[in-house]
Design a protein around this ligand. Structure first.
Ligand code: TYM
Length: 374
């Protein structure tokens, strides 16, 4: 039976079958063999997002590692559409990107698409999306990316450099391809159709600026893939490599096991700026439970971690495999109650966010050293 779900850059809904997405999008699964190779090149360890197949799919990673092993180092590219506050789902690709930067000594080019959010959101002004870009940049810097190797830019404020390259992409992209890939309708504004050209640019811009072809790896959650299908068609026509990509699953919303956390629905999300009381209240009130209706039934039959959002979140935020396994087994056996499981998550997340918020405030002082403008 095939269940219905939607995964596009602008809408994620339903019970997502990630294996089916691999087939539909034409990506490759991250195999154990490839993970072993990544481990070797990363200095003998794998991030828990890889061990747990939270990053589950890729494009051309094998080629990227072939090049790396020959001494042709890659850079990283990822981004954020600044429509509001950052939520902890957005951090997932970025936490992983930071690990890649450290392990592979790679530059990071980070795009803030304030132009996109202006075009795609009825209500937002350009001033608002531009302001949010720099608020969101604090979350990026707070994760510990390296100064001098990390270049963060707003599309609006780096437009002179970006626009010239975006035009080259746009010239190779037909309206019918944009319609087929993104499902645009004639009633959509022309800026929306053009925008993907801008998101393609950082996938080859460092090659332009350095005057030589440099391999690129783009980590992102699978919703952004449509953009990079277009990019990969066009960069060879401009004389550059196709970017490689590595894709993660979504951190689920608090309210249910399916879909993705959405910044526009406050109850489903925990924001990076939420104080501990808010985090605790949201988890206690909204976190979908895989527990039983009564304590005695739970003790007898146990809970279901596969649908329990608190447990699912811990698979992203509890790095220690043994601790996670014990939580899993205790929940299944009924030894651990839903309220206790929620408390474990609350403790973990509030500790993480306390550190993050401190780093975020410190980031204000160094923001200028990370930002490119022209
Ligand atoms: P945006 O702002 O929607 O999302 C930023 C990044 O977060 C990922 N993401 C998630 N990951 C895990 N769990 C979730 N619940 C979740 N929700 C979002 C997104 O896949 C993305 O990686 N147009 C882009 C900005 C952009 C970009 C890029 C993203 C520009 N260039 C290159 C990735 C790579 C956007 O609006 O992302």
């Amino acid at each position: 039976m095939s269940k219905k779900f939607t995964v596009t850059p602008w809408k994620v809904e339903g019970d997502i079958d990630y294996n089916r997405l691999i087939k539909e999008f034409g990506t490759e699964p991250l195999t154990d063999e490839l993970l072993a190779r990544l481990r070797r090149n990363a200095g003998g360890e794998l991030h828990h997002f890889l061990r747990r197949k939270i990053f589950f799919s890729h494009r051309d990673l094998k080629w990227l590692l072939d090049e790396y092993e020959k001494g042709n180092k890659f850079y990283l590219y990822t981004g954020r559409g600044p429509s509001g506050n950052t939520h902890i789902g957005h951090l997932i690709p970025w936490i992983f990107t930071k690990w890649l930067q450290d392990r592979f000594d790679a530059e990071l080019w980070f795009q803030l698409t304030d132009d996109e959010k202006f075009l795609f959101n009825e209500k937002l002004t350009m001033e608002e999306t531009n302001r949010m870009a720099y608020e969101n940049a604090l979350d990026i810097i707070a994760l510990g990316f390296r100064q001098g190797k990390t270049f963060i830019f707003s599309d609006l404020d780096y437009s002179k450099t970006l626009y010239r390259q975006a035009l080259k992409v746009a010239k190779k992209l037909t309206v019918s391809t944009a319609k087929a890939v993104f499902g645009f309708k004639d009633s959509d504004n022309v800026g929306e159709v053009f925008f993907t050209s801008v998101q393609s640019v950082p996938a080859f811009l460092p090659s332009v600026l350095k005057g030589r072809n440099v391999p690129c790896l783009i980590p992102y959650a699978i919703d952004q893939d449509a953009h990079f299908r277009v990019t990969r068609d066009i960069t060879p026509k401009l004389g550059y490599y196709k970017p490689a990509a590595i894709h993660c699953r979504f951190l689920p919303p608090l309210t249910g096991p399916g879909g993705k956390m959405s910044a526009s629905v406050a109850e489903t999300a925990v924001y990076t700026t939420d104080p501990p009381e808010t985090v605790e209240r949201k988890i206690r009130k909204y976190a979908f439970s895989g527990g039983r209706d009564t304590i005695s039934e739970h003790r007898k039959k146990g809970g279901n971690p596969d649908v329990d959002v608190s447990y699912q979140w811990l698979t992203f935020f509890e790095e220690n495999d043994e601790k996670l396994k014990k939580i899993h087994d205790d929940y299944v056996s009924g030894a651990l109650l839903t309220g206790e499981l929620k408390q474990i998550l609350i403790d973990k997340l509030t500790a993480f966010l306390k550190r993050h918020q401190e780093n975020r405030e410190k980031a204000r002082k160094v923001l200028d050293r990370f930002v490119l403008k022209d």
